[in-house]
Design a protein around this ligand. Sequence first.
Ligand SMILES: Nc1ncnc2c1ncn2[C@@H]1O[C@H](COP(=O)(O)OP(=O)(O)OP(=O)(O)O)[C@@H](O)[C@H]1O
Length: 217
Amino acid sequence: MIFDIAIRKKMLSASRTFMLDIQVRSHREQVILFGPSGVGKSLTVKCIAGLLTPDSGTIKIKNSVLFDKQNNINIAPQARNVGYILQNYALFPHLNIAQNVGFGLNRKGWLNRITPENHEKIHHWLERFQIADLARQYPDQLSGGQQQRVALARALIIEPELLLLDEPFSALDKKLRMYMREEVQELQEELKIPLMLITHDEEDIQAFSAELIEFKS
Ligand SMILES: Nc1ncnc2c1ncn2[C@@H]1O[C@H](COP(=O)(O)OP(=O)(O)OP(=O)(O)O)[C@@H](O)[C@H]1O
């Protein structure tokens, strides 16, 4: 089993309660979560990344136990080795592109010392996404497509064991969306990293040969 997730989490806000209660099980390396707005897709992905702690259940990816309430296992987010890409890419505005890409290489989270090995890795991923000439620019100087490639490079440089993409193509124009879909598919096939993608877009569903998991309200 590649994805083996069964979790519950109660979310309380001032005016209402949302109960996340989901199961995702798949032998496939590509899984798409889809369904109407507000049904808990992003919350699920946050639980898998370790940014949110479920009240009960288990999260196993490729037999690695990331969370198991009963057995008191809750691996810290930074130790889960997950590449997580959000719709707005969440790049660090005060770091240049090379520093953004290299961010995760330093365990302290701040690239204050570029070792030759880290420099080589940064160079590799900048070249891989054809953004090497942007290395010294800042995120707000880049187009949406360029920012997305930086986000992918930043996610992949840590050699993640899982890629979580929350509506990664929605801010791109149609042509770039098609291109980036192919790029992500190729990467997944090349690197064999399990991939979970949230989308509202029928074209994403058609483009990926993924197991579809429908979330219902
Ligand atoms: N921090 C929070 N506190 C309380 N409720 C929350 C919190 N975050 C999300 N929720 C609620 O949980 C529900 C699920 O949210 P979630 O973001 O997972 O939806 P989604 O399926 O990803 O929707 P969309 O497709 O619009 O992104 C929503 O009703 C939302 O209002």
